[in-house]
Write a new protein. Structure first.
Length: 371
């Protein structure tokens, strides 16, 4: 049972070899979790955090996978004065957890919600309680101009997963806009502050990439506040490092499926002013094709629901595999939202089935892939 001081149920994000449980509160609180016999705290160098309402707890994957449940424990802070701070009695609640164990993995892909909540949640419930993994692929908030916008990330994730299965999060280009974009790592899951990383869930290995913005750093829209070219150069080195360590990454024992997640489809060359980083993105695509060899790319950004295949109109860089592009807030005749479409993916070592569905139950398109 969710408590009235908590905005929504927790979300369990998969990053690297750990889970980050994030819980949004509506009141100042100190928060920790119990998994098995161990306690894990939301702290800053030994100080329990209460000066932020979006709390994060780091837990090793193997610990939570084995325990199959976690207990959130907290105290509401009444007065955090320098001496003898005052807090309410300890409260707690327990959430069951299902790690990814089967080789048949039900994945739901969402992007471009732009602060919509109800419609993406309805679409994302396609698998019901059989969902294994939720992918939130960028532009879930409309921008980072207020902390309140970040709550959409957690409300959507909680509305679909109830905190019971893993979620993977990628940053989108609208997430880079606004004063809180510079503090993104305080409010969203990242890998040591980086918005690109790898993860492993059972037999599934994944890489999350981040293109940053979709125009040159000098574009007037950004007002001299970004340096994404340098960011992408660092990210390129990260991809090389992953390839160097392939035996502990995508070539590790037991890996049966490999996916790459990115908000912006970097395999496409866009029209000006969006025709950026062609050489760099060609290098990313080549490294995917020659080394990592993913079976599926997961994209957003396009506000559409479609498959893309090597050699089609969205492939100017030599795609390594098919791509699912999903996250579509559809507009009606009066330019008002009529419905939302995401993608339900059932993935296994031999192939995938993809269903593009709307929140009102309509199936727009289906595709079947053989690997």
């Amino acid at each position: 049972m969710i408590h009235d001081c908590i905005d929504c149920l927790p979300t369990v994000f998969a990053i690297g070899n750990e889970y980050q449980i994030i819980i949004p509160f509506t009141k100042a609180a100190v928060v920790w979790a119990k998994v098995g016999d161990c306690l894990y705290y939301d702290d800053s160098n030994g100080i329990l955090r209460s000066n932020i309402n979006i709390h994060r707890i780091h837990i090793p994957m193997n610990v939570l996978d084995e325990a199959r449940e976690y207990t959130i424990i907290y105290r509401i802070m009444t007065d955090r004065k320098p001496y003898f701070p005052v807090s309410e009695d300890e409260q707690s609640f327990t959430v069951p957890f299902r790690p990814v164990m089967s080789e048949n993995i039900n994945i739901y892909l969402l992007s471009d919600a732009h602060n919509l909540e109800k419609e993406p949640i309805e679409a994302g419930r396609f698998f019901g309680e059989d969902i294994d993994l939720l992918v939130l692929n960028g532009d879930i908030p409309n921008h980072s101009g207020s902390v309140e916008n970040f709550y959409s990330v957690y409300r959507i994730a909680a509305g679909i997963t109830n905190g019971t299965c893993p979620v993977v999060f990628a940053r989108g280009n609208h997430d880079t806009r606004g004063i809180y974009a510079e503090e993104f790592c305080r409010y969203t899951p990242t890998c040591n502050g980086k918005t690109y990383y790898t993860f492993r869930l059972g037999s599934l290995w994944g890489m999350v990439l981040d293109c940053g913005e979709d125009k040159r750093d000098t574009n007037a829209e950004y007002g001299n506040t970004v340096c994404f070219h340098n960011f992408r150069l660092q990210e390129t080195q990260f991809i090389y490092d992953v390839i160097k360590n392939s035996e502990t990454e995508y070539a590790a024992d037991g890996i049966k499926n490999r996916i790459v997640i990115c908000h912006i489809p970097f395999t496409r060359i866009y029209k000006p002013p969006f025709d950026i980083e062609q050489e760099l993105y060609a290098a990313w695509t080549r490294l995917m094709r020659d080394h990592i060899k993913p079976q599926l790319l997961l994209f957003g950004h396009q506000h559409c629901a479609r498959m893309s295949y090597p050699g089609d109109d969205m492939d100017q860089q030599g795609m390594p595999c098919p791509a699912v592009i999903a996250g579509w807030p559809l507009k009606g005749d009066g330019d008002e939202l009529s419905k939302y479409c995401g993608a339900a993916i059932t993935l296994n070592p031999d192939g995938a089935k993809i269903t593009f569905n709307t929140n009102d139950g309509e199936v727009l398109q289906q595709a079947t892939l053989d690997f």
